[in-house]
Write a protein that binds this ligand. Structure first.
Ligand SMILES: [Zn+2]
Length: 87
């Protein structure tokens, strides 16, 4: 696991552990979460509370999916660039 991923995970586990998220708290996690999910992680494993919120909140789910597709597209762009610039 690389440092960047570690940082992201630390930022995710910063949230309070009571497990109940409102929309605002949930959205705060999205930036970290989409990066991890885009690299193959499962929301349900990382943050069950967010997973639970997403499953009952269409607004947040939509927001999350939108962010996720942006990050995935972004990563693919980066990968292609890295491939081109590989030593
Ligand atoms: Zn919500």
């Amino acid at each position: 696991m690389d440092d960047n991923l570690h940082k992201l995970i630390n930022c995710i586990f910063d949230i309070h552990p009571d497990g109940n998220l409102d929309c605002e708290e949930c959205c705060k996690q999205f930036n970290c979460l989409v990066e991890l999910v885009a690299s193959g992680a499962q929301v349900s494993q990382l943050l069950p509370a967010v997973e639970a919120h997403l499953s009952c909140c269409p607004d947040c789910r939509e927001e999350f999916q939108a962010l996720l597709s942006i990050v995935i597209a972004d990563n693919q762009g980066l990968l292609m660039q890295q491939g081109k610039e590989a030593e």
